[in-house]
Design a protein around this ligand. Structure first.
Ligand code: PDD
Length: 277
């Protein structure tokens, strides 16, 4: 297995960074996960746009041009022969010694990357997954794809210890998103999802789903909704790079709708399949 460290592809054992790295000490960095399908980066432009936008919001300087970075990511995929899977890459603010909370303006940002190979899980897309609800204890800049994910990690761990795939997060009863995915509900044929504010990540899969919704003329409102609306929904789906649009069939042990993938989710999935080259 090979990894990316700065602008070099090296064997994973040789991929080391300093303990003075601000990503390690403060979670001071950003990342992206891009799906690889048929050897290509799916929604590459949207992911790279978000990476650059996260960098700007964090005052991080990406040390390479967009073309060079995209080239390095493709080199990594090819070096690991990934046909279907994903590529993870991150940028930290680099080394700072001695440790100091304030940003080091002159350090060189460090890019690292890894890959994972896995096929699309067609069974999961059809049969769905279960979820629990959990308090959204994260900070107030969830729109930035930062390495600081402990609130997400704690919620996901709670879900998985309960035998569920995901944790649906809420702030005082208002649903935001999931620990590592966006969330959409369907009630009486209308899709509802949290608007793009500082409280959720602007998901790339969410963009593809919005395209699907527009193409199929499905009514949609980008509006925050309550836990009561979540539990009363006919369909609930999570959306993320590794999961596409996956039906959630039970929440906190209570069945969603008839406990099966609903027609709106199926329609969105059909569009998704057409987008894959
Ligand atoms: N997670 N919301 C959160 C909090 C996420 O972490 C993610 C993605 C999403 C969906 O975004 P996208 O459709 O762009 O993958 C929404 C990635 C996959 C992760 O952290 O591994």
């Amino acid at each position: 297995m090979n990894v990316l460290v700065k602008d070099k592809i090296v064997a994973s054992e040789a991929g080391v960074v300093s303990i003075a790295d601000r990503g390690y000490q403060f979670g001071d960095g950003i990342y992206e996960v891009i799906r690889v399908l048929n050897g290509k980066l799916f929604t590459e432009k949207e992911h790279m746009d978000r990476f650059y936008s996260s960098a700007e919001k964090m005052e991080l300087v990406i040390p390479y041009t967009r073309e060079k970075l995209t080239g390095l990511i493709y080199d990594l995929i090819k070096a690991n022969n990934v046909i279907d899977g994903h590529v993870y890459f991150q940028l930290t603010r680099g080394n700072q010694d001695p440790r100091n909370h304030a940003f080091n303006d002159d350090a060189e940002g460090i890019i690292t990357g890894q890959t994972k190979a896995y096929p699309r899980d067609m069974k999961m897309l059809e049969e769905g997954v279960t979820a629990i609800t959990a308090d959204d204890i994260r900070w107030l800049r969830c729109d930035i794809k930062t390495l600081n994910l402990i609130g997400n990690c704690m919620a996901k761990t709670k879900a998985q210890r309960a035998g569920a795939e995901e944790a649906i997060l809420h702030r005082d009863g208002t649903v935001t998103e999931c620990s590592s995915s966006s969330l959409l509900i369907v009630k009486d044929g209308v899709v509802k999802t949290h608007p793009l504010t500082n409280l959720i990540l602007p998901g790339i899969t969410r963009i593809v789903i919005m395209e699907a919704i527009a193409a199929a003329n499905i009514p949609v409102v980008e509006e925050a909704f309550s836990l009561e609306e979540l539990f009363a929904a006919d369909e609930v789906m999570l959306a993320s790079t590794g999961h596409d649009a996956t039906p959630i069939i039970a929440i906190d042990g209570k069945q969603v709708g008839d406990g099966k993938r609903g027609p709106v989710t199926a329609e969105i999935q059909r569009y998704y399949d057409l987008r894959i080259e």
